[in-house]
Design a protein. Sequence first.
Length: 349
Amino acid sequence: MKILKNSKQMIVLTVSLVIAVLLTACGSGNNSQIPTQASQGKLLLDKAHGDHGSAWGKAECDNCHAIKVIHKNASKIIQQLSSDKGYTACAGCHGNNGSEAKRHCITCHNPKDLPTAPLSNGSRVHHFGANKLRQKTLAVEAITDKALTDKECIICHVSSDMNGKFELNADLTHFDRQSYENEAQFCQSCHNRIHQQLDFPITDKAFDDPLIAIEDDYQYFDYHGFRNGSDQGTYHGLREGYNYPQLLDCSDCHAMHGTQNKQLIIDRSDKGVKKLPKTIRQKPYAIYTDGSNGTVAGDYGQLCVMCHQMQVLNDKGGQNAGNGLKGVHEVNSDCRDCHTHGEATQIGL
Ligand code: HEC
Ligand code: HEC
Ligand code: HEC
Ligand code: HEC
Ligand code: HEC
Ligand code: HEC
Ligand code: HEC
Ligand code: HEC
């Protein structure tokens, strides 16, 4: 503690101490002084909820909490939406409190209330049983066209803190790891050959199908995984935001919440390619792949050209890839002979 030089300072200190003690005593009834789990971003209720856990297991939040007095310290948008949606929305953010209450997400996360969180237009979304459903019926489109359900949101985001900032370790469900260093680890909790999740098995796949091979591919073959690319290649060159070497997120290229492209490839730059400068990413550039909108089957050029821009133009490198950008070779052709996940003989993806 600092040594006090004179009696004037001593008086000031004494007075402020008294005020502090008084404030603490008077403020003890005021919950906003006590940091709760919720105020620290851990929104899910647990068995300690209420007086010694007396509130655990109860579904009727309105018995004890009036909407008017809660959320004084929460963001405006949370205050607004949770009072608009009322008590049916509580369990979405705070968990079901050990009751049967359903956790709703789409009630807020829809194009009207939160149009950009997430961007969800486009009929293809990340379902978990696509293959099983496919085997039962031949109507593939009908299945992929089904919108995501609340239950599916919670598989990937069991305990989001809804603070408007996406954080790996707060907003993505933890499967077999304590913490994630990157998003690929999250996807690979299920997409692997040897430690799949019991509830989400991916069965009957060829050994090299990326649905199960990606964990190995991303480590050993893929240039977008841990294997370092170099800036020495014939067609080298990357746009600002991306570098050699760099680990990419799966969601730089794949959209979970909605896209028109097969294999869940993003259909607009603002759905992925997250490190690009805003001026490019938010434009947004359209991305058509794999035969859609007049592209050749297997042509991923409009995706690749979002990040790649070859420095020395050759082999059609100066040609518009279809969305107004240029800088990849073999424009308007099938890239898959040489670039797929795990491609071992050619250069890969
Ligand atoms: C029987 C009364 C009762 C019921 C029913 C009840 N709560 Fe509570 N809740 C309390 C009490 C008491 C506290 C602790 C005092 C406070 O912070 O207001 C509390 C605290 C909380 C907190 C802050 C906890 C923290 O750790 O930060 C949240 C969030 C909450 N309740 C949400 C809910 C939701 C959602 C429901 C409905 C599913 C619900 N409560 C039902 C009594 C109740
Ligand atoms: C969109 C997510 C969201 C929804 C829906 C939601 N809450 Fe909250 N709640 C929060 C956040 C975030 C906090 C923490 C605020 C802070 O920083 O103190 C919180 C805090 C609380 C607290 C403790 C502190 C306080 O602000 O009073 C209670 C009690 C609570 N919520 C009850 C409810 C009830 C009851 C409902 C349903 C009417 C509900 N919440 C719906 C996000 C939500
Ligand atoms: C297969 C896993 C998966 C499913 C299912 C899923 N998400 Fe996501 N979500 C992610 C990943 C990964 C990210 C981070 C990358 C991104 O923004 O696309 C994310 C990001 C988000 C974001 C932040 C977007 C932003 O731009 O900041 C919101 C909001 C969100 N998800 C809500 C939802 C809702 C609501 C559902 C259900 C309708 C859902 N998610 C279903 C994996 C998933
Ligand atoms: C009452 C409305 C409401 C409900 C219900 C709700 N959310 Fe949110 N959520 C929000 C708001 C508001 C944000 C912050 C958006 C912003 O500021 O951009 C958010 C943000 C998110 C994010 C982005 C990451 C972050 O921390 O901001 C994810 C992921 C998310 N919510 C998932 C879910 C899931 C999963 C459910 C259902 C279990 C759900 N939400 C239910 C309102 C809601
Ligand atoms: C909880 C497990 C789980 C997680 C986490 C998960 N997936 Fe999946 N994913 C599945 C299952 C199950 C399927 C359906 C497989 C099938 O068709 O049999 C699937 C299918 C896919 C498909 C093919 C979809 C189609 O329509 O062709 C892609 C692409 C995909 N996942 C990418 C991802 C990415 C990227 C992430 C991380 C952001 C991710 N997955 C996270 C379980 C998961
Ligand atoms: C016949 C095989 C073949 C086909 C087809 C092909 N590529 Fe390539 N690609 C290669 C080879 C080989 C290299 C590496 C050349 C070198 O570095 O010497 C390469 C390099 C690249 C690179 C440069 C990566 C870097 O940063 O160095 C990009 C981007 C690329 N290809 C995109 C595409 C796209 C987009 C298509 C389809 C429209 C495509 N390729 C079709 C063989 C092919
Ligand atoms: C989100 C940005 C992004 C997208 C989209 C993208 N790449 Fe890349 N690519 C990179 C980065 C960053 C590297 C350097 C990564 C590393 O190897 O460390 C790279 C490296 C490569 C390499 C290896 C280069 C070398 O020197 O060995 C090839 C080949 C390649 N990309 C091809 C493609 C093809 C083909 C596509 C389209 C299907 C594509 N990329 C889409 C960012 C991207
Ligand atoms: C640079 C862009 C890019 C990145 C990063 C990327 N992918 Fe892909 N992915 C593609 C492209 C393009 C295809 C289609 C071509 C192919 O089959 O390889 C694809 C295909 C797939 C498929 C096959 C889907 C199906 O329906 O058959 C799965 C599964 C997949 N990726 C998962 C992942 C996972 C998991 C990650 C992260 C570990 C990831 N991808 C990272 C571009 C990417």
